[in-house]
Design a protein around this ligand. Structure first.
Ligand SMILES: Cc1cc2nc3c(=O)[nH]c(=O)nc-3n(C[C@H](O)[C@H](O)[C@H](O)COP(=O)(O)O)c2cc1C
Length: 112
């Protein structure tokens, strides 16, 4: 973690969940090689559904390690045999968000 991130996390006023109204933690039992991919696909669907009804959402990957601490899992009611995989916040937008710039896709190979 870089210096800026450490400063941010050390600030007692910093809320890792950006003061959103709802945190959804998509969890999985580590039962197959693709189980985490399934969680992220579900997360994407959830974010698209939130957007469709005018809500904002954001993946909070920086919370995964903390969410998987035994005491945090116990507090949230996540059974020990499940892992927190994809945490998402969902909430009412506080304003318009400007579109960010996009990089061109990098096509590694194209065979006909
Ligand atoms: C895997 C993953 C983890 C992320 N973790 C965080 C996070 O911990 N905190 C945060 O504010 N945003 C997090 N984001 C959101 C990104 O910082 C960024 O806002 C989002 O991907 C939208 O990108 P865009 O600005 O290119 O549309 C995460 C995004 C992804 C895909």
């Amino acid at each position: 973690m870089g210096g800026h991130a450490i400063d941010t996390f050390a600030n007692p006023d910093f809320n890792i969940f950006h003061d959103a109204g709802t945190l959804i933690v998509i969890c999985a039992k580590p039962s197959s090689p693709f189980v985490e991919a399934d969680c992220w696909l579900a997360a994407e669907n959830l974010m698209l559904a939130a957007c469709a009804i005018g809500l904002g959402s954001c993946v909070i990957g920086s919370s995964v390690a903390a969410l998987n601490l035994p005491e945090v899992k116990a507090e949230l009611g996540i059974p020990a045999e499940f892992n927190a995989v994809a945490p998402l916040i969902v909430g009412v937008l506080s304003g318009e968000t400007a579109a960010t710039s996009r990089k061109e896709p990098l096509i590694l190979s194209w065979k006909k």
